[in-house]
Design a binder for this molecule. Structure first.
Ligand code: GTP
Ligand code: MG
Length: 407
């Protein structure tokens, strides 16, 4: 599962990405700082199961800090997009191509209203970010619509011809949208929900194509709004207006990416204890921090943590994978009686899987050989065998049994 960080220029996408991944990609107060996409590893925060199982753990692929498991997930930070990007303005379609593999979109907006539609600095509160939410969504929809429309008259006629061997519409659409991480079932669901005629695509008009692209995106690349720069005084009112305006349509998570970056770097440097997503931090050794550092930490506390109960960055990531994408956590092990891998590490790996995926899907996600030669799995909590079709549950601990030999 991959999430893409999108938005107009200069809203804090790269700052959000750096905070999430602790990488150091370029950040600056002008548009189009980012040109090439940055790919990195962020983390989902969940309560670890080691206490419930009464064991001490030695995580390998993830981390466990005082009972909080941080599980790796892939994230992509892309170039900013401006109105008419789908027609080539700004950096044009480049950012869109970088979004192909994304399963969920984290749309970062400037909730202080201090950047115009192209990301240029303007007076705080003078730009309504609702307009950004609308245009960014529209550009992404127009991009997908453009892909669908290519060669559309010929394809729709062929589909309708009824000639022997004529392709069906879903197959044709899958081919057009290949590499976009879109499933056949999502295409079918969108066509069905809009009441479009699957056997008569020549009857689809321009609005139908737009609506179809839009719904397909909602289903296959769901989006949440990260309302960044919530540390600014004007942001509170703007965010509350946005929440009223959007209602149930989108999840809005107030974020202060810069504050999160500061906290994570201070924690990494050993100055404070702070686990991403915490609502407070503790200074470890007050004598080791300088006066400017202390001042910066005090500001983070008074402007962000005391107001919003957290910086929101971790919440946005968790929401993207666990709510939008219906992710669950599964712990694969080699020895089900001790919850260990071959080397004796306890609860070594935690993986984010889709709700609805099976024991065999888990095997494939560990290694394709394990998937191909899957025999059964053992539920470590009960000791019982489960079959290939067993539906994974959140916090399952499973041993996969496979021959490991193909053929
Ligand atoms: N007040 C405030 N400013 C922030 C926050 N996050 C980022 N910024 C500032 O916003 C500006 C743009 O940050 P970037 O992370 O480069 O933004 P971007 O969206 O990646 O920009 P492009 O790559 O140009 O599209 C910088 O001056 C950041 O310091 C925040 O949480 N609060
Ligand atoms: Mg950037």
């Amino acid at each position: 599962m991959i999430s893409g960080i999108i938005g107009k220029p200069n809203v804090g996408k790269s700052t959000f990405f750096n905070a999430a991944t602790l990488m150091s990609v370029a950040v600056a107060n002008y548009p189009f700082t980012t040109i090439n996409a940055n790919v990195g590893t962020g983390y989902i925060r969940v309560k670890c199961i080691h206490e419930e199982l009464g064991v001490k753990d030695n995580p390998v692929n993830s981390a466990c800090i005082d009972g909080t498991r941080l599980i790796p997930v892939k994230m992509v930070d892309v170039a900013g997009l401006v109105p008419d990007a789908s027609k080539g303005r700004g950096l044009g379609n480049k950012f869109l191509d970088d979004l192909r593999q994304a399963d969920a979109l984290i749309h970062v907006i400037d909730s202080s209203g201090s950047t115009d539609e192209e990301g240029r600095a303007v007076a705080a509160g003078s730009r309504d970010p609702m307009m950004d939410i609308e245009f960014v969504k529209r550009e992404v929809v127009l991009w997908v619509k453009g892909l669908i429309e290519k060669d559309w008259p010929r394809i729709s006629r062929t589909v309708e011809s009824g000639a022997a061997g004529a392709p069906n519409l879903v197959t044709e659409l899958m081919a057009k949208l290949s590499g976009l991480s879109i499933r056949e079932t999502s295409i079918e669901a969108a066509i069905h929900k809009l009441g479009l005629k699957i056997d008569k695509p020549t009857s689809w008009n321009d609005t139908d194509l737009y609506d179809f692209a839009s719904l397909l995106l909602d289903i296959s690349k769901p989006m949440l709004i990260a309302a960044n720069k919530c540390d600014q005084p004007v942001s509170k009112e703007i965010i509350s207006k946005l929440q009223q305006g959007l209602g149930e349509n989108y999840t809005i998570v107030p974020c202060a990416a810069e504050a999160e970056l500061l906290l994570r770097r201070a924690a990494q440097g050993g100055f404070i204890s702070y686990v991403p997503g915490d609502s407070t931090f503790n200074v470890k050794e007050p004598s080791r921090i300088s006066a400017p550092q202390r001042k910066a930490l005090e500001l983070v506390k008074s402007q962000v943590l005391d107001v919003w109960k957290g910086t929101g960055v971790q919440k946005a990531i968790n929401d993207a994978y666990l709510s939008l994408l219906h992710g669950i956590v599964v712990y694969p092990v080699e020895d089900e009686s001790k919850f260990t891998d071959k080397k004796g590490n306890v609860l070594p790996d935690a993986r984010i899987m889709h709700k609805g995926e099976t024991a065999k899907d888990l095997a494939y996600s560990v290694h394709s050989d394990l998937g191909e030669t899957f025999l059964y799995a053992i539920d470590a909590r009960t000791g019982l065998r489960v079959g290939a079709d067993y539906k994974l549950k959140n916090n399952d601990v499973l041993k996969i049994v496979a021959t490991g030999r193909k053929g």
